[in-house]
Design a protein around this ligand. Structure first.
Ligand code: NAD
Length: 357
């Protein structure tokens, strides 16, 4: 397979963590008979410095013409005083819109060897945690009608949660398809006991489920889901939910896995182009010091192989290499614990490449 990727290293630790990911993809290419070509483009603070805007049109065009997009991170203190619409993070919103990325996929995976990083009790964690949150990304209350008006109680502000059938059906389909690659279980999270938008959400998810008879579907109210994630995370395989509920639950789910440096994410569209990135930011406090954990970006590349390119075996090989290196006791500073060996960004990247077979 010939695979053309747009790569956006971005700012801070972004270039360091992507630099450890591309040679790993090259090794996957050698082992499995694929060829990767990379077109590096700018977005975020470095693009502001180079051309005066966070998301140059050439970057959008290159991403659209690629099989997928790999992004490091954007932002940093240098650009913090710019007005909101000119800040580096605008590039992320711009890319979501331009590429039609409506599904945000965030796995919460706690490796057995990192159990101590998890704030939950050991008997709850067991052999590790492995679930995925599928969040609707371009609809709901963050995009609905909003405003302020006079009321008897003084000024009143409102935001509107609105979902249509198309928006719900397409995110539900993403969740069912992902579940098929895993334990075949989807939990749809809503607030259908109170919200009309949630009642439509539930109806459409049930209707869509008819096309996936091999996947088990259950429903949970969001307040209960927030509780159950902490009480017994093992009951979940794939959680599908709205933009706002997903925003909150995906952060909760990533917290129970302990380290921000370990967690990948994907944003998917119907066109097939997906954007893959670590959930962490540009970590300016450790940028350029060879301290960043590259695993979140490396696992983002594994997600890309699985979800956008259909290369299951290749994705599993990367994930296994990461597991092996962690089990050998190698750690970057963010996941360090007594009795393990501290290594830097480049050494971690090399160890994972060497473990790949
Ligand atoms: P951050 O995720 O960059 O850093 C939070 C803490 O986690 C820091 O102590 C950092 O050193 C540590 N950390 C993060 N990633 C790590 C890694 N891979 N290895 C080891 N340690 C890691 O969040 P922040 O400090 O709130 O934000 C810094 C900048 O990043 C801001 O400009 C923010 O807007 C931007 N940001 C960008 C994205 C993105 O590009 N998707 C996401 C979040 C924040």
């Amino acid at each position: 397979m010939n695979i053309g990727l747009a790569v956006i290293p971005g700012d801070g630790i972004g270039p360091e963590v992507t630099a450890e990911t591309l040679p790993l993809l090259d090794k996957i290419g050698t082992l499995f008979g694929h060829s990767f070509t990379y077109t590096e483009v700018e977005a975020g603070g470095c693009a502001i410095d180079a051309v005066g805007e966070p998301l140059p049109q050439t970057t959008v065009d290159t991403c659209r013409a690629s099989d997928s997009v790999l992004l490091g991170a954007v932002g940093g203190p240098k650009w913090d005083t710019l007005p909101g619409d000119q800040r580096p993070e605008r590039a992320l919103l711009g890319l979501r819109g331009a590429l039609g990325l409506y599904a945000n996929i965030r796995p919460a995976l706690l490796h057995k060897s990192l159990r101590k990083a998890c704030p939950l009790r050991e008997d709850i964690v067991g052999d590790g945690i492995d679930l995925i949150v599928v969040r609707e990304l371009t609809g709901g209350i963050y995009f609905g009608e909003r405003g302020r008006r006079a009321s008897q109680g003084g000024e009143e502000a409102f935001d509107t949660e609105a979902y249509n059938e198309l928006e719900v059906a397409r995110i539900a389909r993403q969740a069912f398809q992902i579940a098929r690659l895993r334990q075949k279980k989807v939990t749809s999270v809503d607030k259908a006991n109170v919200l009309e938008s949630s009642r439509l959400w539930r109806e459409v998810v049930i209707r869509t489920a008819a096309d996936y008879p091999d996947v088990e579907l259950n429903h949970m109210y969001v307040d209960n889901a927030a509780m159950q994630l902490i009480r017994d995370p093992h009951q979940f395989d794939v959680i599908v939910t709205s933009n706002m509920f997903g925003d909150i639950l995906s952060d909760e789910a990533s917290m129970i896995t302990g380290s921000i440096g370990m967690l990948p994410s994907a944003s998917l569209s119907d066109s097939g182009v997906g954007m893959y990135e670590p959930i962490h930011g540009s970590a300016p406090d450790i940028a350029g010091l060879d301290k960043a954990n590259p695993i979140a970006t490396i696992l983002s590349a594994a997600m890309m192989l699985r979800f956008s390119l259909g290369l299951q075996e290749e994705a599993a090989a990367i994930e296994q290499a990461v597991t092996d290196v962690l089990e050998q006791g190698y750690r970057t500073g963010d996941i360090m614990s007594p009795g393990t060996t501290l290594i830097g960004t480049a050494a971690m990247g090399k160890r994972i490449r060497d473990a790949l077979s």
